[in-house]
Design a protein around this ligand. Structure first.
Ligand SMILES: Nc1nc2c(c(=O)[nH]1)N[C@@H](CN(C=O)c1ccc(C(=O)N[C@@H](CCC(=O)O)C(=O)O)cc1)CN2
Length: 292
């Protein structure tokens, strides 16, 4: 029997724990963590994600702050806003929704964020901390992917993990997290020779390339855990639908466990953002470790 890893249910558990930690922080320290989200432009999907982040933040008992800038905002305006948020001691977490409009350098804007408020874990400082195994803030989607894998196999040590995709948002940090779990990690990508054969070696196969249903059923080793990070909107039979980077129906025939799209990694991304916000608040304010 293949386990369908229920991202919505796991995210709900994580969010419930976060809400408890927030309540404890308020009653013990009179602190309400605050998350500021910066959205530039009109991308409809980004608007939905930012709205959902705001709702989730408030549901967890935290303060949600939204800054919306027009699509033609200058890079300097976005940088200046980030600097203001860095300087605002009531703000614990800062997130700049991606993608930014083409005339703005994402790298420049992201790296303006105070690393200790960088709840997306995307600054160079946090990337360096992750590689070095130091305490930092870890990118949300990779964090959620590992949590989901561990629900079906709590000890990943010694497993062969193949990560298809080498983005800064997912592929690279996910590879580092799996390495920290003592997996033997292969980072595969569009130029990997014989990608199907590489994937067939995986005990944990993670697909994060943004190509709908790239990973076929016969690329999946019998008994593998499949984590599908792709969220692709496609037209099929006259309808728009969301599909992952894995051919779910075929892959589930071989996998021992697999994440669906929707309802897999997506909900975990937001849950881990809330988690990072509570962690950032506790660390910045010297409140000790939080159990989330
Ligand atoms: N600054 C960031 N920008 C972006 C990130 C990110 O982590 N940080 N990730 C994505 C978008 N994203 C969050 O921002 C995100 C995408 C999808 C979901 C989600 O829950 N998806 C649902 C389906 C929703 C739908 O029907 O459209 C699911 O998979 O079940 C959450 C967050 C890019 N930008």
């Amino acid at each position: 029997m293949t386990t369908i890893i229920d991202g919505k249910a796991i995210a709900a558990d994580v969010r419930a724990k976060i809400a408890q930690a927030v309540t404890a922080m308020q009653s013990r320290h009179n602190v309400q963590p605050a998350l500021a989200v910066v959205l530039v432009g009109d991308d409809p999907a980004s608007h939905v994600y930012v709205r959902n982040k705001g709702i989730a933040t408030e549901k967890a008992g935290m303060k949600s702050i939204e800054h919306r800038l027009p699509v033609d905002a200058a890079e300097e305006d976005v940088v200046s806003l980030v600097r203001d948020l860095n300087a605002d001691d009531t703000v614990d977490g800062i997130l700049v929704q991606l993608p930014l409009p083409g005339h703005i350098s994402s790298s420049r804007v992201i790296n303006e964020i105070d690393p200790d408020k960088d709840v997306d874990g995307l600054t160079e400082v946090n990337a360096g901390r992750l590689i070095l195994g130091k305490e930092g803030l870890v990118p949300c989607t990779p964090q959620g992917s590992v949590i989901m894998a561990k629900t079906v196999r709590p000890n990943l040590s010694g497993l062969n993990a193949v990560v298809v995709g080498r983005s800064i948002l997912v592929g690279k940090p996910l590879s580092m997290l799996l390495l920290a779990e003592n997996c033997t990690v292969t980072m595969a990508h569009s130029r990997t020779a014989d990608l199907p054969a590489v994937c067939r070696e995986a005990d944990i196969l993670c697909a994060a390339v943004g190509i709908p249903r790239l990973v076929k059923g016969d690329w999946v080793k019998k008994g593998a855990i499949v984590i599908d990070v792709g969220i692709n909107r496609i037209e099929e039979q006259g309808k728009t639908r969301l599909v992952g980077d894995v051919d779910f129906d075929a892959a589930k025939e071989n996998a021992s466990a697999i994440t669906p799209v929707p309802g897999g990694v997506g909900p975990m991304t937001i849950a881990c953002l809330l988690r990072n916000t509570v962690v950032a608040a506790a660390r910045r304010r010297g409140l000790g470790a939080v159990d989330v």
